[in-house]
Ligand binder design. Sequence first.
Ligand code: BG6
Length: 488
Amino acid sequence: TNYEPIDFVLFGTNGDLARRKLLPSLYQLEKAGLLHEGTKIIGVARQEHTPESYAELVKENFLKFAGESLCDDTWEKFVARLDYAQVDMRSHNDYAKLSEHVNADRVMVCYFATPPSIFGDICRGMNAAELIDDSVRVVLEKPIGHDLASSKVINDQVAEFFEERQIYRIDHYLGKETVLNLIALRFANSIFATNWDHNCIDHVQITVAESVGIEGRWGYFDDAGQMRDMVQNHLLQILSLVAMEPPSTLAASNIRDEKVKVLKSLRPIDSSNINENTVRGQYSGGFVAGKEVPGYLDEPDANLKSKTETFVAIKAEIDNWRWAGVPFYLRTGKRLPSKVSEVVIYFKRQPHNLFGDSFTSLPPNKVVIRLQPDEGVQITVMNKVPGLTSSGNMSLQKSQLDLSFSDEFADMRIADAYEKLLLEVMLGNQALFVRRDEVEHAWKYVDSILNAWKTCSEGPEPYQAGTWGPVSSIGLLARNNRSWYEGK
Ligand code: BG6
């Protein structure tokens, strides 16, 4: 391996993301023996802490969020790496204090787990303290902007101090084991590789359903909505991986070149075609998993006039040779019946029927790639019903080929996406991070839809919490005699 000692500087260490995800993930890397023995973790925030009180806080948070108990040996090693620098991140003069905690001879990874509004301040502060050189890597959390224009401002601020090759933009879906497996499935298996186009595929569905609501994040969410929170990043990234051309290698530039081509080929949706291609919804009160939950407008701090969408469905078209005429239906929402992310590839029917009604009454092949939970891959095939019937009159039945990750990899722990991504940053591999042009093309697509929605007189359609979204989302597919995958 090419592990090297790192000064891992966690800006915003007291924030939600750092506490829930980043620090527990670093601990897991420790447990797996994947941190170099010389690596240090330096938390940065405004609050006052001694190294001991910081360590205590990290421990408390781990116990609260990680869902497992601390392993004494691992913790002992981990705590020895922890350090804390009290810095007011908006005050450039304050960054000199950070210099005392890092070592100029080592690679510094700076994770900006802060609102993007202070990315610029952090860069300028680091610059003032002469902490920036060629070897620094910066990790940026989403949201990168609110639209194309604001994303450019943020990216420009960071680009003033760092080259693109130093910038790691996180989309945590790219760190999910099953999302990465899309690359393996597609390009390691000729049964998929050769059938992956408009000749064989009828349409594709990508669902990222969540059962949670907005979890006390009203302020952030109402300004963002499901389109910016989920579609601009996670869904379009999944779509790019499903649709991209084979990269010539797995190197970052090759994968990202291919993904960006897909994003560039998305057919724009604007006010001329918004109604037939999109549905947006907002949840009302209902029951999720047997528990009564409030509607979006009844959430604490709600603005009763909010037209923010908590559900989005899109019929996306990719205008290129491979995907001509093959729609990609995207669907994501809060307060849906369960948390499930899956990609379903619907294949076309065979051109000629040898089997009579038995053939036409069964669905054509389908590949269901379950990203989470119950990770796995299922292929629906038509199979002969065994029996001593005449071979001229075979009857068929629908059967399933089933790969379940929990059976296949029973003894393996599936790492959290952030563990994977933090490790990749420390290794200096940008392949699983989003390049600036990807962010911008994704915004372009999303901005056009958001602008078209603004001109519509109606707001989002209500849907009851615990259902699969507004009725119109059924219509989005039914218009072409299709329907959403329902787990069968
Ligand atoms: C985040 C969104 O990026 O992804 C959240 O901001 C969402 O609103 C979350 O709940 C979903 O991630 P996961 O890994 O739980 O599917």
